[in-house]
Write a protein that binds this ligand. Structure first.
Ligand SMILES: Nc1nc2c(ncn2[C@@H]2O[C@H](COP(=O)(O)OP(=O)(O)OP(=O)(O)O)[C@@H](O)[C@H]2O)c(=O)[nH]1
Ligand SMILES: [Mg+2]
Length: 336
């Protein structure tokens, strides 16, 4: 239903050992068609040339494939670009990409050089020695890529980031832990929400879609572990990961659990709200009291007192009462 995110197909980056094994194994299997007159030297040369060419083709194509399947950072949507910067060491990443390209060209360049040497070889033994020398040089070029391939392989951590269609509003659901954010997303989603990951959180992020007859109206995403504690407690990198959320355009919902069964006092929850409001200044925003099915009059009164001046809705995310209405109200405010 949703669009694909740019990292969903980034490759598994091989180790030097895997690359070398693969190339040499394929080369030893590569069959040579023997010429009609089976001249020994000619056959030996052809066999070794074939091996060198196979090794060169496999290694260079595998190395280039890594680069090709990693999306260019400059072309990413700012949301994904920010997360890329947060999760990857960009300088090392760029250097690693350049180095694997260079290694691919070196492997090919050497192949040409060694094929020429083979053509000039004067015995089957010499042909075999020339080929082995090529193998040795290539293996050392590939082994030197160890650190670079490790840097590149880190990109797999971005595979499970959430997918968004940036042409449609994205409603961010925030609030302290356990207040009912994921339940909220479930209540307003037409299908089962997708589960994704976000840096520096161990909880899964749910992404739901509000679908109407004329298509998808909105995406709804929760932000566990991100917008659920006061921003003052965050370190620089966490703040950067949180800041990326600003690139998700749309209204913000902040859930407050007036019963405090979430485990966080109301006062704390209101502190979290302050940070969220600051971060998303200028956007349509709604505060919603959750767990109305178990909240007492006293709970609600205390919450309303602390939330004076806010627009406050009430809902129960357990049985989805009053939830869709909040989303509908907020979507009315989104500029079309
Ligand atoms: N009684 C009652 N329980 C609720 C309601 N909404 C959620 N809960 C319960 O509260 C707990 C947390 O709900 P979640 O939707 O997972 O909350 P969350 O905010 O996504 O939690 P984290 O992702 O851990 O931050 C679950 O046990 C829910 O069953 C509600 O409206 N009423
Ligand atoms: Mg949750």
């Amino acid at each position: 239903m949703s669009v694909e995110q740019p990292f969903s197909r980034v490759p598994d980056v091989p180790t030097p050992g895997e690359l070398i094994d693969l190339a040499f194994r394929r080369a030893s299997k590569s069959a040579v068609k023997l010429p009609a007159r089976k001249e020994r030297l000619l056959v030996a040369r052809l066999k070794e040339i074939r091996r060198i060419r196979t090794v060169s083709a496999i290694l260079s194509s595998r190395l280039r494939a890594i680069k090709r399947r990693i999306p260019p950072v400059d072309k990413l949507h700012p949301f994904y670009r920010e997360l890329f910067y947060v999760m990857m060491d960009v300088d090392k990443f760029r250097i690693a990409l350049a180095r694997i390209s260079r290694a691919a060209s070196m492997v090919e360049g050497l192949a040409k050089e060694y094929v020429a040497k083979l053509r000039a070889s004067s015995s089957a033994r010499e042909a075999s020695r020339v080929r082995r020398e090529y193998y040795g040089r290539v293996a050392s070029i590939i082994r030197e890529l160890d650190g670079d391939l490790k840097v590149l392989s880190e990109i797999r951590r971005l595979r499970r980031l959430p997918s968004f269609d940036f042409s449609i509003p994205i409603i961010i659901v925030s609030g302290a832990p356990n207040v009912g954010k994921s339940s909220f997303v479930r209540c307003v989603s037409t299908a089962k929400p997708e589960v994704a990951e976000y840096p520096f959180t161990t909880k899964s992020v749910s992404v739901g879609h509000v679908v109407a007859e004329r298509g998808i109206l909105a995406q709804v995403v929760d932000t566990p572990g991100l917008l659920d504690r006061p921003l003052e407690e965050r370190n620089k990198i966490e703040l950067q990961a949180i800041a990326a959320l600003k690139h998700l355009e749309g209204p913000v919902v902040f859930l407050v659990d007036p019963t405090e069964t979430c485990g966080y006092p109301l006062k704390y929850q209101v502190d979290v709200l302050r940070g969220v409001k600051e971060l998303f200044k200028g956007r349509p925003m709604a505060v919603a009291l959750t767990k109305m099915d178990i909240a007492s009059k006293g709970h609600v009164e205390r919450a309303m007192e602390l939330l004076k001046g806010e627009r406050v809705y009430m809902c129960s995310t357990l049985n989805c009462v009053g939830v869709k209405e909040i989303v509908e109200e907020l979507l009315k405010e989104v500029k079309q």
